[in-house]
Design a protein around this ligand. Structure first.
Ligand SMILES: Nc1ncnc2c1ncn2[C@@H]1O[C@H](COP(=O)(O)OP(=O)(O)OP(=O)(O)O)[C@@H](O)[C@H]1O
Ligand SMILES: [Mg+2]
Length: 346
């Protein structure tokens, strides 16, 4: 055990958790990618989603693990993709926050078909990739399925979740695909959001893109704000706030807020004040929703008690009184077991 998580809690999903690609090219095995990335040792496939696949790799020169994401499918076939890719990747690489997966590098490699050019499938094709920080932990989906995601642990994670969103929104970047698979928690309990802005890049909600023209989108509708489904071109940062609300509800209750759903306190034992926070994040009308992720953090901390100090990284810090002792001490116990910390604010 490390930091409360089993040591095998790297982001390895069971076959049922790992989505198989139902369209587009098959996910290449690590050995097939190896010649294309001679600077890396590609170790294993971590998983694949709608837009591509992610591999754990080692960068021997820097003696570190990295995550390699390759873009598969129709998106990269768009003639304007290269330009878009460059523009968006540069914007993403500027995001520098402890709760956002860092982008180290991006680019493209040419994959030779090995066939004569005049034969079907004989054209070489360009494979776009991102090299990212490797998060050694698990994503929220895996944590929820393993039963680790108790309400106390959820409440301990929400402030960092909000910090990451607020930072990106201040930088003018909207995630557009907030869902449990894109929220990672490392073995020390630190939350990191992956795939910032990539939905825009691959056109999951861009109305002018091939994928949408063919009626497919890569984001997960259950987590999308109503306006993102209906009028994707109008989406602003408040779409992420809605998706955060869906994930928050699911983290607390284990269920999705679909149809006529009960507030969290009716389903699990949590402070009734959390109901208002979750429901305000889930307002259908963007103007009635929280307008800033930072407000959610403030309100959640108002319920959990602001003065719990982080056990990790704040050695010698004194625990001060908490405003909701019973709730907070349960949170403390759970978060410590889970390797999480309830810090007042960064
Ligand atoms: N930087 C990373 N470090 C470790 N694991 C990662 C990293 N980025 C993604 N993963 C994991 O790799 C798996 C596949 O990610 P991928 O982004 O391809 O799919 P997804 O998030 O399920 O869907 P989508 O393509 O819509 O983002 C996920 O389980 C994710 O948790
Ligand atoms: Mg992803």
């Amino acid at each position: 055990m490390l930091g409360g998580l089993p040591t095998d809690a790297t982001i390895k999903l069971t076959p049922s958790q790992m989505r198989t690609r139902s369209h587009g090219p098959a996910t290449p095995p690590p050995e097939e990618l190896a010649p294309l990335f001679p600077q890396l040792e590609i170790l294993e496939l971590l998983g694949c989603g709608g837009m591509g696949a992610v591999y754990k790799a080692r960068q021997p020169k820097l003696n570190r693990f990295v995550a390699l994401k390759i873009i598969l499918g129709d998106a990269a076939a768009d003639p304007h993709f290269a330009e878009r890719f460059q523009r968006e990747a540069q914007a993403l690489a500027k995001l520098n926050h402890p709760n956002i997966v860092s982008v180290f590098d991006f680019g493209s490699v040419t994959q030779s078909s090995g066939l004569p050019l005049d034969q079907p499938g004989g054209l070489d094709h360009i494979l776009y990739y991102f090299l990212m920080e490797f998060v050694d932990g698990a994503n929220l989906r895996a944590l929820m399925q393993s039963g680790e995601m108790k309400p106390e642990a959820a409440l301990a994670l929400i402030p960092s979740f909000c910090d990451a969103l607020q930072y990106a929104h201040d930088e003018g970047v909207v995630h557009r695909d907030i869902k449990p698979e894109n929220v990672l928690v490392d073995k020390k309990g630190r939350l990191k959001i992956a795939d910032f802005g990539l939905a825009k890049l691959t056109g999951s909600d861009a109305h002018d893109h091939t994928l949408t023209r063919t009626g497919m989108y890569l984001g997960t509708p259950r987590y999308m704000a109503p306006e993102q489904v209906e009028k994707p071109e109008t989406v602003d940062h408040r779409a992420d706030i809605y998706s955060l609300g869906v994930v928050f509800y699911e983290m607390l209750t284990g269920e999705l807020p679909m149809g006529r759903f009960d507030p969290p306190s009716k389903k699990v034992q949590v402070d009734v004040k959390l109901d208002d926070i979750v429901l305000r994040s889930l307002e259908k009308e963007p103007a009635r929703r929280y307008q800033h992720a930072s407000e959610i953090k403030t309100d959640v901390q108002g319920v959990t008690g602001k003065h719990l100090l982080c056990r990790h990284g704040r050695r010698g810090a004194q625990r001060t009184k908490v405003s909701h002792p019973s709730h907070a001490s349960a949170a403390w116990r759970s978060s410590a077991r889970f390797g999480l910390c309830l810090a007042s604010s960064r």
